[in-house]
Design a protein around this ligand. Structure first.
Ligand SMILES: NC(=O)c1ccc[n+]([C@@H]2O[C@H](COP(=O)([O-])OP(=O)(O)OC[C@H]3O[C@@H](n4cnc5c(N)ncnc54)[C@H](OP(=O)(O)O)[C@@H]3O)[C@@H](O)[C@H]2O)c1
Length: 256
């Protein structure tokens, strides 16, 4: 039995759908006949060409909207655009994340700590997600069951941190987890049928992991399609009471 309603006409939103795991979600949910409308966000058109091709092939179901989640004004604008078309969302997956971009690279030691880079990690990986939660709440105020998932990372688990390094990425994902735990509690009051969860995808073959794949055994590096299939299985198997939890790709719960 799936947590999401079997018979309903469901509406889904994937944030950060230009490439990587987000684009993988779009491909997979377009095959799901329960999903009536799919909203996909991208930041730069240059990296969203595959998404735009899908839009041409599925113009009746797929809508693409631009947003950089470090700007609250852009979040407000894209949510407003969705609200002119639909009044409820059933599945949201926030797939936005930053590990490296230009001069922002994961720190190996304290010597490499740069306050501006740290701030950028928090803006993209933590603050953007809580701003999404702030502005998407009206679209979750309905009586159907729904899921608001955010892709986090096991590396953001404080309890699991034995190696150190990657200060900005680790800390911004830990902050993301705390933000979304809080969101789960507040949504639990104003939108009690919405489950808010954090998901660890496992190391996945995307732009984000590419420079760091050398020491990853082949069977531990998932193709995007496998990751998305596994994460959708976790979402489908959610139970009432699972809101505010941090799940790994195999459905196990991760330590904070
Ligand atoms: N891949 C892994 O092994 C792995 C492991 C653990 C966790 N994760 C997490 O999984 C999620 C997806 O990562 P991925 O591997 O699919 O990485 P990816 O291929 O680099 O995709 C990241 C996505 O985030 C978007 N994005 C980045 N900054 C943004 C911003 N300021 N505003 C809006 N969108 C922005 C990118 O858009 P552009 O195309 O415009 O850059 C892209 O669509 C991330 O949260 C990541 O931390 C990944």
């Amino acid at each position: 039995m799936s947590f999401l309603n079997e018979n309903n006409q469901l509406n889904a939103l994937i944030v950060g759908a230009s490439q990587g795991i987000g684009l993988g979600f779009i491909k997979k949910i377009l095959q799901d006949i329960r999903i009536a409308k799919v909203y996909a966000t991208y930041r730069h058109p240059e990296s969203a060409t595959e998404l735009f091709t899908l839009k041409d092939e599925h113009s009746d179901r797929l809508n693409c909207l631009p947003v950089d989640i470090t700007y609250e004004s852009q979040i407000i604008e894209f949510v407003e655009q969705i609200r002119t078309k639909i009044d409820k969302l059933h599945l949201v997956v926030n797939c936005v994340g930053l590990l490296h971009e230009g001069k922002v690279q994961p720190e190996k030691s304290l010597k490499q700590i740069n306050p501006e880079h740290l701030l950028h990690y928090f803006q993209v990986n933590s603050i953007g997600a809580v701003l999404l939660a702030k502005h998407l709440l009206p679209l979750f105020r309905h009586s159907d069951r729904s899921v608001f998932a955010t892709i986090s990372a096991k590396i953001g688990s404080i309890g699991d941190n034995t190696l150190g390094g990657w200060y900005g990425y680790r800390a911004s994902k830990a902050a993301l987890n705390m933000f979304m735990k809080n969101v789960a509690i507040e949504y639990g009051r104003s939108s009690p049928q919405t489950l808010v969860v954090m998901l660890h995808p496992g190391t996945t073959d995307t732009r984000l992991s590419r420079p760091f794949q050398r020491n990853v055994p082949a069977d531990k590096l998932f193709p995007i399609e496998r990751t998305v299939t596994q994460l959708l299985a976790v979402i489908e198997q959610l139970q009432e009471g699972d809101s505010g939890q941090f799940f790994s790709w195999d459905g196990s719960k991760l330590p904070w």
